[in-house]
Write a protein that binds this ligand. Sequence first.
Ligand code: F0G
Length: 345
Amino acid sequence: MGVLKRYCDRLPVTDKTPAVNLEEGSTPLVRLDRIGGALGVELWAKLEGCNPSGSFKDRGMVLAVAKALEDGARALVCASTGNTSASAAAYAAHVGVPCYVLLPSGKVALGKLAQALIYGAKVIAIDGNFDRALEMAREAAAARSFAMVNSVNPYRLIAQKTGAWEICESLGRVPDIHAIPVGNACNISAYWAGYRDFREQGRISSLPRMFGFQAEGAAPLVTNEPCPNPETVATAIRIGNPVSADLAREAVRDSGGEFNSVTDDEILKAQLALAKDGGIFAEPASCAPLAGLIKLKAAGRLPEGATVVMILTGNGLKDPDTALAQAGRPVKIGSSFDELMEALV
Ligand code: F0G
């Protein structure tokens, strides 16, 4: 059951809202005992890479697109570091409207670029970073009356709250710590709003501490100033001026959480650890939280025995280049049994 149907009573859907559905949401929440054991916590991972376009973006996109159709939109437009464009392009194709996506040229992972193109979006690569692409997309939306489906679209944030609702429903309780990568800062804000909804409805009695993790080269919420030239291997969160910065600061402050940054090297090590010790392949940006938890543990700042949920925002298959650069290579042999025996060590 997709997000709009599963949560129809809690989302702004009416009789007039088209029932858009790619069976997004209801993603697995997996307990990682080997990694959690080493960190001294009960660690859970929410596999948002299991969404139809391979990232968490589908949760918010389904509502944004349904509402755009309800309002008679002619076309969709967005800027993206890759996943928003993949998601927008998928839903646009599903419902049959044109989609225009603006990407920072040369800085989008291969799988995401392939997705936007194969779904039939018009892909425009700009000579500038995501922050500039977002400004241009907003101007284009206004000039052409296209529906803007970046997270400045309020429906994105509203429907991304479903991730928090699902966590509470599957765990049957609230995590002590919610660990999440932060780029444009919509998702951390949405999760916080989702947890608060559940507390207001009396479905949970406490709230998690929100821990937001950024890449060191793109960490405006850690340094507390915009970063004019963001740079990181985690291209999904290569963002210098987050649109939802204020909401994210509020979430971290009100929850007693914190923002931290991690280096590219720490992100890549965490990606490898998650794959080898957890059996989960997540894209680099999604591994910033694990890198951060490892760092907090080393500093003696990770509460022993805490229940921690980390959001693995995107599938590792989206960025094969980065994975292959650190994962090693196949062992090449001929076709004889002897060679095979030698290789089996
Ligand atoms: N993780 C992944 C895999 C992402 O693609 C993004 C954002 C984030 C984390 C950060 O989420 O922006 O809500 O703080 N990707 C956007 C995009 C910017 O264009 O795909 P956020």
